[in-house]
Design a protein around this ligand. Sequence first.
Ligand SMILES: Cc1cc2nc3c(=O)[nH]c(=O)nc-3n(C[C@H](O)[C@H](O)[C@H](O)COP(=O)(O)O)c2cc1C
Length: 208
Amino acid sequence: MSVKSIVETRRSVRQYDSSYKISWEVLTSLIESATKSPNGNNIQATRYLIIDDPSLKELLLPIAYNQQQVVDASHLIVMLGDYQAFERENIIEINEEAYQAGYLDESLKNILVNNAINYYENQSREELKLELTRDVSLASMSLVLLANEAGFETITMSGYDSKKLKEALNISERYLDVMLIAIGKGTEEGHSTVRHKVEKVMFKNKMD
Ligand SMILES: Cc1cc2nc3c(=O)[nH]c(=O)nc-3n(C[C@H](O)[C@H](O)[C@H](O)COP(=O)(O)O)c2cc1C
């Protein structure tokens, strides 16, 4: 299926076959592809916490306001951003790896390292949160499209109590939870949804 047809036919699916389990190998392969998504300065801050333990899913059900897909979908993925990715050690390590692989020469490596360190070092926690939100959201969309291409259904979710979810899963303040993604075999199609006409959302050179 083309990207265009996946984008145009994908729906958020809320009913899942609770007996269907995606294999760990398939899930790993989807996530490995999603890691190729664009991300700021290639600091690779996105983390994927996979939940498949039935007791954890039950624990999360009320935290996600009893949205049944939390327990019925094969896996629930907590899409996280890692604030530690902004640290200079990570920036140096990633660019060193690219240098060792022959993708950068030494001078470009040094430029990229310095640019990234300078870019992040004076940002507030709120600004870094936006950086993480951008990166994790792009990876999330990739994962949704990849999952659909592989014949699965998904739903992205922000309908949960962030504080309670982090407590329940022992997620420290090092991480920003951006969204949940439920993935599995749908049993009912997602309902059709409307979109604005393109003329309403598309602007040329200036906003009205
Ligand atoms: C960031 C985000 C959070 C969402 N959270 C929820 C949610 O908690 N529960 C839910 O039923 N749908 C949720 N949705 C799904 C949207 O309702 C859905 O994408 C929208 O209605 C358009 O429908 P479609 O995805 O089927 O095209 C969320 C979507 C996004 C992008």
